[in-house]
Design a protein around this ligand. Structure first.
Ligand code: ATP
Length: 232
């Protein structure tokens, strides 16, 4: 469903992604793993249309989306949960959720009820300010908000960041439930445990290049070389 072909992306004179290529199938949740500075956020922002590619192509369901702006990509179902969650702390949990639906207008009761069924905590805390939620709960809210935009591909930029291991497990469970509803998943992470929970296929990103890929179970648990790329 997503094919990235040989893309180069950078900032000024700095070349970050270099001849980067991966392919992702809808039914196989994928993880891109890389250490600090490997280019993970750059990749996410590029897929969302926030950074231009200098070379190469991005295909989504066979269509070339390389030149499309971020709003059009969201309309087509390419949705990102950004690094650091970016919930609006002074707004209620419910209003944060509603914001996710803005591309399609006012959300229906059914849409909100669906997200509440997936994340009961968001129903329980509906009227509270989002800033009062714990980090893990805010990540649930960021996931719920992204679901309101009716994604076909969900790109997750380091959702484990700043979370305790138990909260990371909860995020992993939540992402699995989203994948089970037919949403394609691209998890971009340095947390191996979360990638193992979520991904069927994994790619190793090292200084802007995809240096290795394979079934997540093999690549992440058994492969000493892959682990050395991740500095484990
Ligand atoms: P982290 O895990 O620390 O968030 P990352 O893998 O997400 O790292 P990126 O944020 O994509 O890495 O950064 C890749 C490289 O690009 C780094 O060398 C970084 O300093 C550089 N970089 C990122 N954003 C910019 C920017 N706006 N201008 C210039 N250089 C940047």
């Amino acid at each position: 469903m997503l094919e990235i072909r040989d893309i180069d992306v950078g900032y000024g004179g700095l070349r970050v992604l270099q001849e980067f290529s991966i392919r992702i199938a809808r039914e196989r949740p994928a993880a891109v793993l890389g250490t600090n500075g490997a280019g993970k956020t750059t990749l996410c922002r590029t897929l969302s249309g926030l950074l231009p590619v200098r070379r190469g192509q991005i295909l989504f369901d066979g269509e070339d989306v390389t030149a499309l702006g971020s709003a059009e990509r969201v309309r087509r179902g390419i949705v990102q949960v950004p690094e650091g969650r970016q919930v609006f702390p002074e707004m209620s949990v419910l209003d944060n959720l509603r914001l996710g639906a803005f591309v399609h207008g006012e959300p229906s009761r059914e849409e909100i009820a669906e997200v509440h069924a997936l994340f009961p905590i968001l129903a329980e805390r509906s009227r509270q300010n989002a800033g009062l939620l714990s980090g893990g709960e805010q990540q649930m809210l960021a996931l719920g908000r992204a679901l309101m935009t009716r994604p076909r591909l969900l790109i997750l930029d380091e959702p484990s960041q700043g979370l305790a291991p138990k909260a990371v497990d909860q995020v992993g469970e939540a992402v699995r439930r989203i994948a089970a509803r037919g949403v394609a998943i691209l998890l971009v992470e340095q947390n191996l445990a979360l990638a193992e929970m979520v991904a069927e296929h994994a790619f190793i990103l090292e200084t802007g290049r995809c240096v290795r890929d394979g079934p997540a179970a093999e690549l992440l648990s058994g492969d000493a070389l892959a682990k050395s790329y991740l500095g484990i």
